[in-house]
Design a protein around this ligand. Sequence first.
Ligand code: ADP
Ligand code: ZN
Ligand code: ZN
Length: 743
Amino acid sequence: MFAEIIINSNAKALNKTFDYIVPKNMENTIKVGARVFVPFGKSMKLEDGFVINIKNSSEFANKEIVKIEQEESLTEDNIILAKLMARKYFCNISDCIRLMLPPGTGGKELSTRIKEKTGNFAFLKRDIDEIELLIQEGKIKSEKHIKVLRFLEQNDGIYVPDLELLTETSNSIIKTLVKNGHVEIIEKQIERNPFVHKNIEKDLPKILNEEQRKCFESISFSIENNEYSKNLIYGITGSGKTEIYLQLIQKVLEKGKDSIVLVPEISLTPQMVDRFLARFGDNVAVLHSKLSIGERYDEWQKISKGDAKIVIGARSAIFAPVKKLGIIIIDEEHDISYKSDTTPRYNAKDLAKYIAEKNNCPLVLGSATPEIVTMYHAKKGDINLFTLTKRANNSNLPNVEIVDMRNELSIGNRSMISLKLREKIEENIKNKKQTILFLNRRGYSTFIMCRECGYVAKCKNCNISLTYHMVQNKLKCHYCGFECGIISECPECKSKKIKYFGTGTQKLEDEIQKLYSEASTIRMDIDTVTRKNSHEEILNKFKNENINILIGTQMIVKGHHFPNVTLVGVIAADSSLYIEDYRAVEKTFQTLVQVAGRSGREEKGDVIIQTYNPDHYAIIDSQKQDYNLFYSQEIELRKLLNYPPFCDIILIRFSGKNLNEIQDLSHLIFKRINKVKKDDIIIYKPVPSPIDKIKNKYRWRIVLKCKLTSKILDIINYGLEDEKIKKCKDTSIVVDINPNTMN
Ligand code: ADP
Ligand code: ZN
Ligand code: ZN
């Protein structure tokens, strides 16, 4: 007996199968999907891999499989899915397999991995400022040491094996850091149950209203009859979507089956999880990146063993090892986090459809502002559409006003806060009500320029302007993390007329504190959200300490329910309107509607949207909170421009340090595809990407517009198949279908 094996590696050259002999004693246990260890290459080093086929003869096999890791083996369905993904998303089969493995597997054997109840945790022993000083003075030189120390600043108290894995360092480096007095190791109990402190009151099902009941009954029918159906629940926030999910899951449980619920990473807050725990208790497992690897491993095992029958998680929870799938629910289905930005560049919504179909169970998408593409298919009848029009708890929709910022300039208000908004904030502070201010740019000033010669301060590694961060008094690159001191003199013309332009959240907070010295503020953006100071804690603090004003980026849009917030101000509604991305307008509309929904959940609330484009339909429609109107305008434009859903956008991105090679390869691929393409495929010539350098790597791209079909996959695969392309060392080539960003 012989087995075809895929080695667990992301090397392009290893994206093929190798034949191995199955020893007699394994013949009964081996199956497709088995995780095995095999001697590989000249060194005969043990590598892990997966059986993807079993056969009776082989011309090449001359080595035996050494071991099967039974507990961590995959199913045949997993392997089929991985193969399908590899073809569709242009990556290695093992890249896809890895998504389905227990967390922390890391190519190691099960018995060698840490499973104890106590473990070592790493803490910074010196203040980070002291460490930064030592780095500046050259007293800490090693790149690896610096990497670990900076990582620890963000993740103090991390489990040592996690630290090694996440910073790709060895234990000896950590030992050196301990010896030098920078880091200390403390042995602690390993927290393996993320809900151990919880004591949640049991919650009972609500009696559904008419609209909810219709939806519930229709989807229940699919559950009862074990049949696939694709459903969209379109209902404003608070209209009772989650209540329907909970009751559907109850139904699935009664049939002895499992449920997968996907939510955007950022809304995986304890509040959200609590609602599921309150209804289903221990039957719930949670998978997301904020858990330690140990916790994730345990949650994964709970699902795999059938101890938890409901999985809630972010994108990758679609691969949870459930046994008998009964429903897939995707909440906030419009969220871009369901599409992966790293290899494999899969879209969890597409995979969910495939998996639900294969398991004969319903797929449920829910949103207050469905993705345009989803709604298009719902209107066409490919997806069952259920509309919830009423807020289940009868709370009001806010009153939304638009402020034209061009008028502010003409009346001499140069501040980023309009007079109207200023007045409202003041009133709110007086009435002890809370305010949220939304600005999707972090830092202090976003643009630094010499007024004499036009020089712009840019990152030395990326073609991107630097952002001034006042807290550390530094200029930073938001793409690669490069930092440098502030400049007061132009490096080109020596002029002192350096001006800091643009507004980020730090400057906004600064200005608010100057305007309302009596008000308390709290800021939430990537700079304030660290492991120590989580998303969750900031929001809790805002709520529990009744802080007057929360200032934040995209992060504040989702999650909590703030009963005392009666005013939301959007500082610059246009900031995301004109980026080169087919979803830019849609995303702006969705964000504005969601932000507005934060105001007045329990009493009448106000929303003020500041903009330089008061006539843009995304702005006007978000004022009216009218999704249908927005949909009808946006879909016309998509048709006109031939954008999704009318066609797909395929981006082939090249990046690397060798510009000549990038140009050569991109033209080669362009020619190859052009040679075989049909008329219904539009292909644009290779050009530099909008951001043409990041982390010292040049970036080029080819864009194709066409309907994504099996034939197109073949054509692109043919385009990439040239020997020269396979051999190139310096250039990475990725294919991204309907990407989140065209950068
Ligand atoms: P959504 O998920 O659409 O935002 P939820 O399901 O969270 O809406 O419902 C909003 C609030 O209304 C929740 O507190 C929920 O418990 C309550 N609710 C939902 N459906 C009903 C119902 N049929 N009867 C009473 N309360 C309900
Ligand atoms: Zn200058
Ligand atoms: Zn940079």
